[in-house]
Every structure is written in structure tokens, then in C-alpha cells.
Design a protein around this ligand. Structure first.
Ligand SMILES: *Cc1c(COP(=O)(O)O)cnc(C)c1O
Length: 454
């Protein structure tokens, strides 16, 4: 059989990741100082700056192939009933890295959320209160249980679902609070824990799918609530293509999570033994192949988290003085994982629309997007719940009432104002943050002209 050497392996990766491994971004280091923050933006004929958007993602750490080969040759591909499968090692390593008592690996972040809601016995008619400013999977995991996604409005400054507005949405049918750490920045967890305590100790599930190694005080995100769910999908800050993980500090819940993610079988049940607990279970297991990649990827996770944080805080310090630019507020004591670098453009102060600003940034060669855009969750859920099966759970009146009590004025504003950069942009050398800020500045200074143009 063909053996790949480490050198062959690196050749198959991008030049950028090889350069990064060698200790720098030699290929794409920009010549800073070439652009004038008072000059013309590229969209109006100015010169495009030298800019690096960071490494090609995922960055290859170097040991991935060795790990994959080991799993392949060992035949320990599946973790079911197999203590020798490296999925066990990944769980131990991730739990340790996050200071968590337990970790159950899953085959996606969506699976992590579905399994978590199963463990908390969410079922038809149960209400789960969550953020409307999130990836669709947060909503889908509730729908997977025929639960009702109840949406509380966001805080415009932090982009996070608001604990006070969450509390106002609680009814006797509320089963779980599901705050999302959007962008990798912490939701206001103290607030959610207070609300949960005031209402019969409602369980709090953290959607930490974007928030690997972000923090709330000295605790890692995903370890503060009852459960914390992570995604290891390929764009995420820690990735193996597709994968996920659930953290919990509760022994009994951990046991349930394990069984639910493996068709009701306990850790020690051999895959040839047909013994299973009667639980709302399925097969959501992570293979040894995925786990081996994650173990390799974890080697650079710490360093990357630190680089993103340093660059993002520096960028915010530059952007916050530009009229009409509002970086996402990070709550006191919180540390973001910076899966996304997000800010708002307030048209009246900035001088032109958010969309014109984005076109101008893209003309500078700096990737920026509007992000989620205006989600129409009401019609989304209504369409899915128009089936005969759903109608047995949700009458038209129930859904009308639900739609009527959904008020999301801040979400609407946020979706019209938000701008995103991706996490890899926060991994570029620091001079690139200066380039970004200078471009934003020169676009703002010329915003009047941009506004006048069609
Ligand atoms: C990515 C993501 C998920 C789903 O994770 P997958 O691994 O893609 O299934 C859930 N919630 C949020 C907020 C996410 O960003």
C-alpha cells in the first residue's frame, strides 16, 4: 500500500497552511502603509490594498494522516461497544480542554442539539425558547422533536438573545431555554441562569456550536448551563468535516446522552449484545476517523483562539471610533471564540447603506457579508407544521397565537445593519486589521458619494 509521508501530506494542503506551520504567512504578507485612510476607496477608483484573508481553512496541523491511518489499520472505526475507538480519546481530550466533567461526541452539531433535547425529554407541544439570530439548525433541533421554537428578541448591541425578553416568553409549556453564543461570543449566561432558577430550574442548553474555547468568566462556554452543544463542521473553529460534541457536568444526564446517541446502549454494551434502554434514541455517533482528525486539530486550537481574540479586540479598538460603526458588544468578563467578527453599520451615521458598504469592502478585496439576513421564522415553522402529523399537535389557533406573541423589532434592525467577517480573517497577521480599519474609514469618508451613486 502507498505510504504518505508528512511532506507529501503538507504538499496536498494549501501553501498557506504549510507556510503557517512553518511559522508565518510568508506568501501573503501585505505591504502595509500602501493605503491612505483619507484616500479614495477602491470602488471609486482608489488602489486596492494588499490584504490577506488568513489561512485556507481548515489548516492542516500535520498529524491528521498518521491518526487516520492508525484508525484505518486498527479496524476500530466505530465506537459502539468499543473502548479502543479513538472517539473515546477525543471525548476525554475535549472534556479536559474545556474543564468539563463529561463529553459525548456526536456526528454533527445538529445531532448534539437533537440528542440534548431528547435527554431533557422535549416532545410534541413543548416550548423551547431560543434566539432568532442563529443558524437554522438551532430551530430545526426543536422541530425534530415536534417542539415549538419560541423566539425571544435579541439585544441590538451584543447580537445575543436577551434573558429579560426570554423570561417574558415563558409559559407553562416552556421546557428548555436554548441561548445561542452567536459569533462565538457568550450570551448573557448569568441572566439565563437567573431566569431558569426563577422558573422551576428550567434546563439551560447552550448552543455553543460557534463558541469553542470562548469563555464566561473563567468557565469555558458549554460548561455553564445544563448542557453545551458544539459543532465540528468544516467551517467551525475546530473541525473534522462534520462532527459535534455535548458537554455536561451531570453524571445522570451524561449517561442518558450516551445511550440516546447510540440507540439506547450503554458505554459498556458490546455491539453484539442486543440490550438497550427504552429512550428516544438514535444513532448519532462520531466515528474514529472524525475523532482522530479532531485530536490532531486540537493541537493548534489554543493558539488560534488566542490569535483570533487578540486580532478581533484590536480591530474593535480601531473600528469603534469610525462614525456609524458598532462592533458586536462582548459582555463584561466574557471572551469570544470569534467564529464570526460582527459589527453594525448604522446608515444615518455612517453615510451610506450597509449594502453599499459591503460592496465597497468587497471592491477593496476584503470579504464581508450581510450574514443571516432577515429570517422569516414564522413562515418557516408554519410551513413545516402544515403536515397532517404536525396538525395533530398544533392547531391553526395555537400557531396563530404563537405568531402573534412573537415580536422581534431588534432582530429586524440587526439583520438590516449587520456585517460579518469570517474567523480565518482574524487569523491573518495583525497588519491586516489595520488594512480593514483603514478601508472602512476611507469608505466612510466617501459614504456621501457612494450614497449618491446608483
Ligand atoms: C453550525 C451550527 C449548528 C449546527 O452544527 P452542524 O455541525 O452544522 O450540524 C447549530 N447552531 C449553530 C449556531 C451553528 O452555527
Amino acid at each position: 500500500m502507498t505510504k504518505f509521508t508528512r511532506r507529501d501530506f503538507l504538499k496536498t494542503g494549501s501553501l498557506t497552511s504549510a507556510a503557517l506551520l512553518a511559522g508565518g504567512l510568508a506568501e501573503s504578507t501585505p505591504v502595509y502603509g500602501a493605503i491612505d485612510p483619507n484616500g479614495k476607496p477602491a470602488i471609486l477608483g482608489g488602489e486596492k490594498p494588499a490584504y490577506s484573508a488568513g489561512p485556507a481553512w481548515p489548516v492542516l496541523e500535520g498529524n491528521e494522516l498518521e491518526g487516520l491511518e492508525k484508525v484505518l489499520l486498527s479496524r476500530n472505526w466505530c465506537r459502539s461497544g468499543n473502548p479502543a475507538c479513538v472517539t473515546n480519546d477525543f471525548e476525554a481530550a475535549y472534556a479536559k480542554a474545556c474543564g468539563s466533567k463529561h463529553c459525548v461526541a456526536t456526528n454533527s452539531g445538529t445531532s448534539a442539539l437533537i440528542v440534548s433535547l431528547s435527554a431533557l425529554e422535549v416532545g410534541p407541544g413543548d416550548e423551547v425558547i431560543t434566539s432568532p439570530y442563529t443558524f437554522v439548525a438551532t430551530i430545526n433541533c426543536i422541530i425534530a422533536h415536534y417542539g415549538l421554537p419560541v423566539l425571544a428578541d435579541v439585544d441590538l448591541q451584543s447580537f445575543q438573545v436577551c434573558p429579560k425578553k426570554t423570561e417574558a416568553m415563558i409559559t407553562p409549556n416552556t421546557k428548555v431555554l436554548l441561548p445561542v453564543h452567536i459569533g462565538g461570543a457568550p450570551a448573557k449566561l448569568d441572566g439565563f441562569l437567573d431566569v431558569a432558577a426563577r422558573h422551576g430550574n428550567l434546563p439551560v442548553v447552550e448552543d455553543a456550536c460557534q463558541a469553542h474555547f470562548g469563555k464566561w468568566g473563567d468557565k469555558f462556554l458549554g460548561t455553564v448551563g445544563t448542557l453545551g452543544c458544539f459543532s465540528m463542521q468544516v467551517t467551525k473553529n475546530l473541525s473534522c468535516g462534520d462532527g459535534g460534541a455535548i458537554l455536561t457536568q451531570d453524571d445522570a444526564i451524561s449517561d442518558r446522552l450516551y445511550k440516546i446517541h447510540s440507540n439506547g446502549r450503554a458505554t459498556s454494551t458490546a455491539s453484539t449484545t442486543f440490550q438497550y434502554d427504552p429512550l428516544h434514541a438514535g444513532n448519532y455517533r462520531m466515528t474514529g476517523f472524525q475523532a482522530s482528525i479532531l485530536l490532531a486539530q486540537m493541537a493548534h486550537a489554543d493558539k488560534f483562539a488566542q490569535t483570533r481574540n487578540e486580532n478581533a479586540l484590536y480591530l474593535s479598538s480601531l473600528l469603534k471610533d469610525i462614525p456609524g460603526v458598532y462592533p458586536q458588544k462582548i459582555y463584561d468578563g466574557g471572551t469570544s471564540a470569534w467564529h464570526l467578527y460582527m459589527f453594525r453599520i448604522v446608515e444615518e451615521e455612517f453615510g451610506c447603506s450597509r449594502d453599499k458598504f459591503i460592496a465597497a469592502m468587497n471592491a477593496e478585496g476584503i470579504g464581508a457579508s450581510i450574514g443571516y439576513g432577515t429570517g422569516d421564522w414564522i413562515n418557516y415553522v408554519r410551513s413545516i407544521y402544515s403536515t397532517p402529523a404536525a396538525k395533530r399537535v398544533y392547531s391553526d389557533k395555537t400557531l396563530d397565537d404563537w405568531a402573534e406573541r412573537t415580536h422581534l423589532p431588534n432582530l429586524e434592525k440587526l439583520c438590516a445593519q449587520a456585517v460579518w467577517f469570517g474567523q480565518t480573517q482574524m487569523l491573518a497577521e495583525r497588519t491586516n486589521m489595520d488594512v480593514i480599519a483603514d478601508c472602512v474609514r476611507r469608505i466612510q469618508k466617501n459614504a456621501g458619494k457612494l450614497k449618491a451613486e446608483n
